[in-house]
Each structure stands twice: as C-alpha cells, then as structure tokens.
Design a protein around this ligand. Structure first.
Ligand SMILES: NC(=O)c1ccc[n+]([C@@H]2O[C@H](COP(=O)([O-])OP(=O)(O)OC[C@H]3O[C@@H](n4cnc5c(N)ncnc54)[C@H](O)[C@@H]3O)[C@@H](O)[C@H]2O)c1
Ligand SMILES: [Fe+2]
Length: 405
C-alpha cells in the first residue's frame, strides 16, 4: 500500500452551527462577499438574511452577490468578481447548493488570477492563490464543502469541467443539517443521488486509496439509511408529489428521528465530496457533464438517467477483470447486496423510490446529441473515464448514452 492524502479543510459539523458563520469568517477577513442564488435563500428571514446578520454581529461587512445560476458559468464568475472588487471584499462566503458553493470558489480564485478561466481549467496556465473561502451547504449533495473542485460551464464551447486545486478548498465549511431540511422533495432526491454517485464512483476509481474508499463506502451506507426515508417523509407531509413552496418544510417523522436522518445525509454528502476530492469521479459524472453542459439539466437528474446503464455495461465487461470484480463486490456489499450482479437493479429501484427514475430523453437530450456528447466527454472527462475499472471507448460511451435515452 502506498498513497498520499491531504485535505486541508476545517469541517464544523452539527445542527445549529450556522450561527458560527460570523465568528469563523472574521478569522479570515473583514469584508465578505456572500455568494448565493436569488430565490428562497434571499427572501426576508432566509439563509442569506441570517448569514448577513451573523456576519455583521461579528464585525464583518457583508455584500450579497445573488447572481448565481444552476450549473454556474464563466459569466457568473465575472459578475461575482466585479461585485467583490466594488466592495473591496477580502473573504468569500458561499451559501446554498453546489452551484453557489462552486461559484464562490471560482470567484475567490478569479479575484486573484486574471485571464481566461478555461486556461486554468485545462491546465494551460498554472493557478495561483485564491481569497479565503467559507462554505455553508444547504443541499446534501455535491460535497463541494469537502473538496477543491468548482464545476463551471464555458458557454462558448459547452464544456462543463472543474477548476481544481487546493487553493479553492474552504478554510472552514459549516455543515448544519438544519439548513438542508427545507429542500423540496425533488431537490432532496437529485442532490442526494449526486452524493450517492460520488461515493459509487470514488469506490470504483483507479485512483482510490484506503481513505477515500472508507469515505465512499461509509457514505453509501448512510445514504441508503437516510435518503429514501426522508424522501418518503417529504411526500407524506406534502400529501402528494411536492409542487408548492412551504409544503416541503413540514415533516411527519418524530423530530429526533428526523434529525438523525438529516445528519446522516449531510455527513454522507460531505464524505462523498471528500472521496471524489481524493479519488476523482469516473464514468457517470464524465458522461453527465456533457449533458448538463449542452442542455443545462439538473446535475443529479442527469446522473440518475446515466448511472444504471453505466453499471449494466460495466458488469457486462467485468468478466476476468479482478480489479473491477473486487471493487464492484465492495460496492455491492455497502449497498446491502449479496452479489455485484444485483447493482443495476438496486440502482433502478433506489431511483424509483426517490422519484428520480428519469431518462435523458425526458431531460431534453435527443439521439442527435449523442455524437457531440461522446466527443465532449472525451475532451472534458478523459482522466475520469480512464479511472473506471473497465475501459470504455467512444463507441461504449455512445452505447451508454443510447441506453440512457
Ligand atoms: N464541487 C463538486 O465537487 C461538485 C460535485 C457535484 C456537483 N457539482 C456541481 O454543483 C451544481 C449542483 O449543485 P446542487 O445539486 O446542490 O444544486 P443547486 O445549487 O443548483 O441548487 C438546486 C436548487 O435547490 C435550491 N435549494 C438549495 N438549498 C435549498 C434548501 N435548503 N431549501 C430549499 N431550496 C434549496 C436552490 O435554490 C436551487 O433552486 C452543479 O453545477 C454540479 O455540476 C459540484
Ligand atoms: Fe456530482
């Protein structure tokens, strides 16, 4: 055994710890850019109001930048840097789902690194430092709070790829599962499945190490224990598939039991982010990014469409491949299965349980898009695809897309 593991993030985990935001941020700066999306987070009394009050009480002046969109683009980063410069901010606080957290990372980086973001993402220019970052996740999904990735879309090319490096690892991440409790059921399902795929892919990666594998397998068990139960509870509380704001804040589980489940899911998401931070993602993410880069679809839904076919083709090719068999066996064990062959059915049933049994076609992808997506997958995701235990070439990638349509 021979490996390195380095993850310089201070994780502050626990219900109610959002209240530490001001005190924590004051360690790193005096003027904070608060990066978020416009919507429920910025409503009066919402997360952002509470964050600003807390920052002010600790002597930190907040400036809110609410211009983040889902699947953040380079233009979002440019607008955030302009807001940061106008207010002379010296620290960046990201609050929300993966989109604002990743945008916060990229803004903190671009504030100190001029030029075209694509040059840093594709490794043509060496990255410098970033401003200090404090991250507060409000979805239990991306795990961005536990790694040095910021996924960005270049709308000039459709390339969706991560800026990567230790400079964009948060100085502190405050993980308070009370915040994620207000997710509507469809956001809970999509972000929770994203977390599950991080664990799947990290567990299968050729660059996995004993730390990332332990994180990934533990994350899978925690998500199995919590996500379907929390999703069912949301639906029961709303009386139907959720549609209206407000309904999703209700819950029918006893408060103590619900808190345990929300904590499990939040911790699993952070573990998944840490696991991919060390082991990388593999094929499902590698093939999802071209889909959401092309059609701006919800990341977790895109993964839900693709992941079953990835498992099917992987198992079809695993005969005689000892590494693949061993990794798939460990993953099946964490899923509570006796055999790796049961994995595709397990994933399909899990997705049905959380209302996320979707196809790429339902998400707006057409058969005509497959050639572009397959070529783009090899352009933006070739290291991840190469880390999969079974080699996939461009024809295999097209086959996975076809089966996922
Ligand atoms: N950095 C990483 O390691 C990493 C990993 C996976 C995905 N990503 C990226 O993260 C982005 C997706 O992030 P996401 O899945 O968290 O979604 P998101 O940040 O786009 O948020 C989805 C929706 O949920 C709402 N929301 C968030 N928290 C809420 C809450 N507590 N209550 C009610 N509504 C809430 C948001 O307002 C938004 O409308 C994509 O760009 C994806 O590529 C990053
Ligand atoms: Fe993801």
């Amino acid at each position: 055994m021979n490996f390195n593991y380095h993850l310089p993030v201070n994780l502050a985990f626990g219900r109610g710890r959002f209240a530490e935001l001001g005190q924590t941020t004051a360690t790193w700066g005096r003027r904070a850019l608060v990066v978020c999306v416009d919507g429920s987070a910025t409503r009066p009394g919402g997360f952002v109001d509470r964050a600003c009050e807390n920052l002010q009480a600790a002597g930190v002046t907040p400036t809110v930048f609410s211009g983040v969109v889902a699947n953040p683009t380079f233009a979002v980063v440019d607008a955030g840097v302009a807001a940061l410069r106008a207010a002379d901010c010296d620290v960046v606080v990201g609050i929300g789902g993966g989109s604002p957290l990743d945008a916060a990372k990229a803004i903190a980086f671009a504030a100190l690194n001029a030029g075209d973001m694509a040059d840093y993402i594709f490794g043509r220019v060496a990255p410098g430092d970033a401003l200090p970052l404090v991250l507060v996740p409000t979805t239990a999904g991306t795990g961005s709070e536990g790694n040095g990735f910021a996924v960005l879309t270049d709308t000039r090319t459709g390339d969706k790829k991560s800026l990567r490096g230790p400079m964009i690892i948060a100085r502190t991440s405050l993980i308070d599962s009370e915040l994620s409790q207000t997710m509507p059921a469809r956001v809970l399902a999509a972000t929770g499945f994203d977390a599950l795929t991080h664990c799947f892919e990290a567990a299968l990666s050729a660059t996995a190490n004993p730390v990332t594998t332990a994180q990934a397998l533990s994350g899978i068990r925690l998500i199995r224990d919590s996500l379907p139960a929390l999703y069912a509870d949301k639906l029961q509380a709303a009386g139907s598939v959720d549609t209206s704001a407000g309904e999703h804040e209700r819950c029918t589980l006893p408060a103590d039991a619900a808190c345990v489940l929300w904590d499990k899911l939040a911790w699993a998401a952070t573990l998944g982010g840490m696991a991919i931070g060390g082991a990388g993602v593999t094929v499902a993410h590698g093939l999802e990014h071209p889909a959401s880069g092309l059609k701006d679809i919800t990341h977790g839904a895109g993964l839900a469409a693709i992941t079953p076919a990835v498992f099917e083709l992987t198992l079809e090719r695993a005969d005689g491949n000892l590494r693949a068999q061993e990794q798939l066996g460990a993953l099946a064990g964490a899923c509570g299965l006796d055999s790796r062959d049961a994995l595709p059915r397990f994933v399909r049933e899990f997705l049905a349980d959380i209302g996320l049994d979707v196809t790429l076609g339902q998400l707006g992808i057409a058969a005509d898009d497959i050639d572009w997506m397959a070529e783009n997958a090899l352009k933006v995701s070739s290291p991840g695809i190469a880390s999969h235990p079974v080699p996939f070439d461009i024809d295999d990638i097209k086959e996975i897309y076809r089966r996922s349509l």
